[in-house]
Design a protein around this ligand. Structure first.
Ligand code: C2E
Ligand code: CA
Ligand code: CA
Length: 446
């Protein structure tokens, strides 16, 4: 019985025990007309800790986390290890205020660093809460709803969140979209928009980033942040990336016939880097469009690379040998070791827009931007700043020696025809000696 109901690692009750106790608590609460609360707690960054320290140390950490949670609960309240890095907490008599207070106490208790094998580790956690009877009357429902609330808490970074019906609708929408995405790829409901990249020294357009959008027949345009994560979870990211690369090459070939020879950048996901067929597929697509590797730039997020540094290194090396230009995207948001950057066969880093957007008002962001430019240049890499939204930011970046800029100040991402029109207009202006503010060094400011 002990084995069936216990998690041997943490010595805490397990998922099965939690559900059984929740069922009992539910029947008691409904008999006495009381309310109860289910809390689900999810630890962040645990994978990194496991990777860095080994699984055994990760287990010790779980045990400590369980003990700290236990420490803030009353006698009749329960903490269980649900699965992986998730803990369940049952408050058999509780209302909104009590549940919120417990959540805060737990987060406080986990706020102090953990000492594992002499190392101090900080973990952060997200807590989702569902209440009986407001959010459901069955155990599985309440757990499911607390789980949705946990995801919301993670996303908002708020620490803890109560379940709301909108989260459910969000979940439903995601499920429906995931089901429709395959059709969208097959039936060409996707389009690429293009955003120019500008060489800050010469003011010349030096490339375009292809950004995918989904034109949904009923819902209209859906931004990539909504469906790329779905594609990543369902494995559809592979056919989606094939589609994007094919479409970018076709567009590139059209532009080249019209005399515009700009490299087009496409974004690759973590999953793409783990795809054993990536290299052969890229080679095949390039050949099929009569293109060359140099037509494409590949943007890989820092986290995609750091997920499996050794594996990524090998793939990047081969892509680089094939002639693709490689960019580290969203630089500054992940946990790259700077020494590691030196080993990567990449050509440039893109400073994430979150730092660029507020670099004039936030000294931390300013420091990260400045340090990235210096570091990248020392390593012989070019620096691209994304999210350049105004002339003042452009001027500051230019003064720091940043090489390339991209952002709304220059242009939003545009459909292919509009992008071409924008290029033509810009060329006309240049001929007529008219310069938009950002095409020239700072002296040209109006
Ligand atoms: P990203 O690669 O970091 O792309 C830059 C995003 O910042 C784009 O959003 C772009 O529209 C936006 N942006 C550009 N300039 C500015 C600016 O000045 N201010 C602000 N606030 N934003 C700016 P978008 O198009 O919604 O794309 C979001 C993300 O979706 C991309 O982030 C990328 O991670 C992903 N994504 C887009 N297309 C693809 C794709 O074909 N494949 C994959 N795997 N991911 C894609
Ligand atoms: Ca990108
Ligand atoms: Ca970015």
């Amino acid at each position: 019985r002990r084995m069936a109901y216990h998690d041997s690692l943490t010595d805490l009750p397990n998922h099965a025990y939690f559900e059984e106790r929740l069922q009992q608590a539910l029947s008691e609460a409904s008999t006495h007309g009381q309310s109860l609360a289910v809390l689900l707690l999810d630890l962040d960054r645990l994978r990194e800790i496991n990777d860095a320290l080994g699984f055994h140390q990760g287990d010790l950490l779980f045990k400590d986390v369980g003990m700290r949670i236990r420490g803030v609960l009353k006698e009749d309240e329960l903490v269980a290890r649900m699965r992986g890095d998730e803990f369940g907490i049952l408050l058999p008599v509780s209302d909104t205020d009590h549940a919120a207070a417990v959540a805060r106490r737990i987060l406080d208790a986990l706020g102090a660093p953990f000492t594992i094998s002499g190392l101090m580790l900080n973990v952060s956690a997200a807590v989702g809460i569902s209440l009986f009877p407001q959010h459901g009357s069955e155990a599985t429902r309440l757990i499911q709803h607390a789980d949705m609330a946990t995801r919301q808490a993670k996303k908002s970074g708020k620490g803890y969140t109560f379940y709301t019906a909108e989260q459910d609708e969000g979940g439903l929408r995601r499920l429906t979209l995931a089901g429709e995405l395959r059709r969208a790829i097959e039936e060409d409901e996707l389009v690429l928009h293009y955003q120019p990249k500008i060489n800050m020294r010469t003011g010349q357009v030096c490339g375009a980033e292809a950004l995918v959008r989904w034109i949904h027949p009923q819902q209209g345009m859906i931004p990539p942040d909504e469906f790329i994560p779905l594609a990543e979870h369902t494995g559809l990211i592979k056919p989606l990336t094939d589609w994007v690369v094919g479409a970018a090459l076709r567009q590139s070939s059209t532009w080249r016939h019209a005399g515009v020879a700009l490299p087009v950048a496409v974004n690759l996901s973590t999953r793409n880097l783990r795809d054993a067929e990536l290299l052969s597929k890229m080679t095949r697509l390039v050949a099929a469009w009569g293109a060359e590797a140099g037509w494409l730039e590949l943007e890989l997020t820092e986290s995609a690379v750091m997920d499996d540094p050794e594996g990524a290194l090998e793939i990047l090396r081969r892509l680089s040998i094939l002639g693709f230009t490689l960019f580290i995207d969203d630089f500054g948001t992940g946990y790259s070791s700077l020494g590691y950057l030196k080993k990567l066969p990449v050509n440039a880093v893109k400073i994430d827009k979150s730092f660029v957007i507020d670099m004039l008002s936030n000294t931390d962001s300013a420091a990260i931007v400045r340090a990235t430019v210096v570091l990248a240049h020392d390593l012989g890499l070019k620096v691209v700043a994304e999210g350049v939204e105004n002339q003042a930011t452009w001027d500051r970046l230019a003064a720091l020696g940043c090489d390339v800029a991209q952002g709304y100040h220059i242009s939003k991402p545009l459909p292919a025809e509009q992008f071409k029109a924008w290029l033509d207009e810009r060329a006309r202006n240049a001929k007529a000696g008219k310069h938009a503010g950002h095409t020239r060094p700072r002296s040209s400011r109006a």
